[in-house]
Design a protein around this ligand. Structure first.
Ligand code: 13P
Length: 279
């Protein structure tokens, strides 16, 4: 199948009110698990990597492999770059062939810096036909190089339209109570806030921190206007459990057990998001 862009995939999701999963991968097995899950339920899917994951898999070999698997898939697959902060990494991503990228300026201390830097990336990426996801507010839970996790700052609906207009962002990541990683307490999502943001802007909305949420959370956020849901922790925890359950296995078999567990965990999410059968 021809390669899809995130824009094409999310356009359909937005029109038909279902969610599309985004999953981070650092190797062939993870990529294969995600695409196999999508093919098993006839779902579109978005896969990619992130700046923080680059030590595990450099663009030079990871992205050609992902693009090749995406092209061979029997369902629409888009290759996207998740949370990226540095200008030079974003420029390398454009050369590597991502169909879309996320510039995350949400950690910058001044909102105006987020607007300025996001607009700069959007201008360059658009000139190369690449869509850009930006974040307003801050989802939190991601740790920096010193291991310090960032704080949660809720997205203000009143700022959303100006942010999208000033930056030219194609997709908006919103902060409504989710966090990256494992939740220490049950998350309480602010659905009225999400609905207000949805009412203010037309671009597809993205929910980060999709691991550890309840079925109701997915139902409510998709009904409230979310089109893309990012998941990572739940998938790698499924792989970890599979590895721990097979202490006798050698490295090659462990890879297989882990891949199978990741495929099943992904399939579960795709069914919950309502994207099964939409390919
Ligand atoms: P989780 O690891 O919490 O699923 O979050 C994934 C994510 O939002 C990646 O951008």
């Amino acid at each position: 199948m021809a390669l899809y862009t995130m824009k094409e995939i999310l356009k359909d999701a937005q029109a038909k009110h279902y969610g599309v999963g985004y999953f981070n991968a650092v190797n062939m097995e993870m990529t294969r698990a995600y695409i196999a899950a999508a093919e098993a339920c006839q779902s579109p899917i978005i896969i990619g990597t992130a700046e923080a994951l680059l030590p595990y898999g450099a663009f030079e070999w990871l992205i050609p492999m992902m693009l090749e698997q995406a092209r061979r898939a029997k369902v629409p697959v888009a290759v996207h770059l998740d949370h990226t902060y540095r200008f030079e990494v974003l420029m390398q991503a454009l050369r590597a062939g991502f169909g879309s990228v996320m510039y995350d300026g949400s950690r910058l201390p001044d909102h105006r810096d987020n607007v300025r830097a996001s607009a700069e990336i959007v201008k360059i990426a658009h000139a190369m036909g690449v869509g850009v996801e930006c974040e307003l507010g801050s989802v939190g839970g991601l740790s920096d190089e010193s291991g310090k996790a960032d704080a949660v700052i809720y997205t203000e609906p009143k700022d959303a339209l100006a942010f999208v207009e000033q930056t030219g962002a194609d997709f908006l990541a919103v902060s409504i109570g989710t966090q990256h990683g494992v939740y220490r307490a049950t998350p309480k999502l602010d659905i009225p806030r999400l609905r207000a943001i949805r009412g203010a802007v037309d671009v597809p909305l993205v929910l980060h921190g999709g691991s550890g949420l309840s079925d109701d959370d997915f139902h409510n956020t998709i009904a409230g206007g979310i089109s893309k849901i990012n998941v990572y922790t739940d998938v790698i925890l499924a792989a970890k459990r599979a590895v721990l359950n097979h202490p006798e296995a050698d490295y090659v078999d462990l890879n297989r057990f882990a891949e199978d567990a990741m495929r099943k965990a992904t399939l579960k999410k795709l069914r919950l998001f309502g994207s099964a059968g939409m390919a």
